[in-house]
Design a protein around this ligand. Sequence first.
Ligand code: HEC
Ligand code: HEC
Length: 341
Amino acid sequence: MACSLARIVLLSLCCLMSTTVMASEPADAERQAAKAAYRRPETIPFPLDDPYTAAKATLGEQLFFDPLLSGSGTRSCATCHNPGLSWGDGLPRAIGENQVALPLRAPTLLNVAWIEVLGWDGKFRNLESVAFGPLLSPGNMNTSETQLVERLSAIPGYASQFATAFPDDGITRRTTEQALATYERTIVSAPAPFDRWIEGDEAAIDETAKRGFDLFRTKAGCAECHRGWSFTEGSFYDIGTAEDADIGRGRIFTNSPMLMHAFKVPTLRDVARRAPYLHDGSVATLAQMIDLYDSGGIDRPSRSELIKPLGLTDEEKTALLAFLATLTSDPTPVPTPILPR
Ligand code: HEC
Ligand code: HEC
């Protein structure tokens, strides 16, 4: 009874909404239609060869926050992918064990479950294959597979959890990768004012931000690359940013001129909290990011044809900024796990 009542209420809400759409101007109808592409997904995709289990995710969470995973025992994955900084580190370039800056900025891990190939240049074929990159790199966490397995095996709390999560294998490189990847797939951006607007609450964001949403999809062309609810589909482009020696995806596909200086399209979730920007942390503010797109960047053969001078007015830039601000989630503290010792 309660159920069918709820359904009737829902139905009448729908009728009201469509009447509003019919009654408004054509531009407004276009905006309402466009919103459908931005609905948050209801479930997280997990691969068939590494399906979700609670035991794996809980174990992976502890490993992610445990500094024991680094050679010196001082830095964990969370040092650079800090939940308090939207899973980045707030630095232009990440700092490794030896206190030397790495060549790249630490990307956020928000919504990585939806990204197929990882790394700014896409050098990692899946999430499982990322973990031992930072772990083994002397400039990053500087450990070895043997050292890692020995250290984890010496802690009864880890030994028993690995035995439960992976009854056939116990503690190995592969099971460590799977536990970390399973946990990382659960790192999903929390709902933001933008999501409430997409779900029908017209008061959730203001008119300037709504105008910014229109510009993002039309005149400014941002949505051509920053697609869907997480504002990326994980593809690679040269947006004509700073002339640096890093040729990005061009390193991997040496015969593709269009992939020279191409980097992965980052999610724009929580973007207002994640300065500085780009693969090299070279842009300090969102306003500067918009100016960069407005200017069209460096004209070179690899630059995407979608990147060109935009001729945005000051008002349009303000609207784009207001829109980007609505993608920042409500503050949701992430509790750090108790680590086994
Ligand atoms: C010293 C800082 C640092 C530490 C510690 C670190 N990372 Fe990263 N992480 C980075 C940087 C920098 C990149 C970009 C690397 C690249 O693109 O080649 C990155 C990239 C990633 C990515 C790819 C994300 C994407 O969107 O493409 C994942 C996943 C990841 N790290 C997971 C981990 C895990 C798991 C650990 C712990 C085992 C870890 N990181 C430890 C700095 C760090
Ligand atoms: C041709 C594809 C493309 C278009 C069009 C595009 N972007 Fe990007 N965007 C990218 C790529 C690729 C990067 C990362 C480049 C890098 O790291 O060097 C990026 C980075 C960003 C960043 C930095 C995010 C971060 O975490 O570092 C912001 C903000 C951004 N874009 C906003 C916009 C806005 C606003 C527009 C429209 C004015 C837009 N983008 C248009 C591909 C695009």
